[in-house]
Design a protein around this ligand. Structure first.
Ligand SMILES: [Zn+2]
Length: 102
């Protein structure tokens, strides 16, 4: 994991992972309208943890599979950053899982 430096600049894939941040991808193509959480660990294996996570860079690697299959514009995807909070937190999902075990 990269060292966290201040002032904090959240720009690289490694910093996003170190802070527990996540990214959701949203298909903006008419007829598509799907969304999914981006697997940053998997993406990091391809591009490296120093890769700058801008929308332009993410669009080079991610497209909507459903739109590609349907022959629509698959690259009309937007991205939204979210912190490690409910409902995206792994801690929250583990807590609800453990609560279900009781
Ligand atoms: Zn789509």
């Amino acid at each position: 994991m990269p060292e966290i430096m201040y002032p904090l600049v959240i720009d690289t894939l490694g910093i996003h992972l170190a802070l527990g941040y996540g990214i959701h991808a949203y298909c903006e193509t008419q007829g598509g309208r799907r969304n999914a959480r981006v697997n940053l660990v998997r993406l990091g294996r391809r591009v490296g943890r120093d890769y700058e996570l801008s929308s332009e860079n993410l669009q080079k690697h991610l497209a909507c599979a459903a739109c590609r299959w349907a022959g629509r514009d698959a690259n009309n995807v937007s991205f939204r950053l979210h912190g490690c909070t409910l409902p995206y937190s792994d801690v929250a999902s583990r807590a609800s899982f453990l609560a279900g075990q009781r």
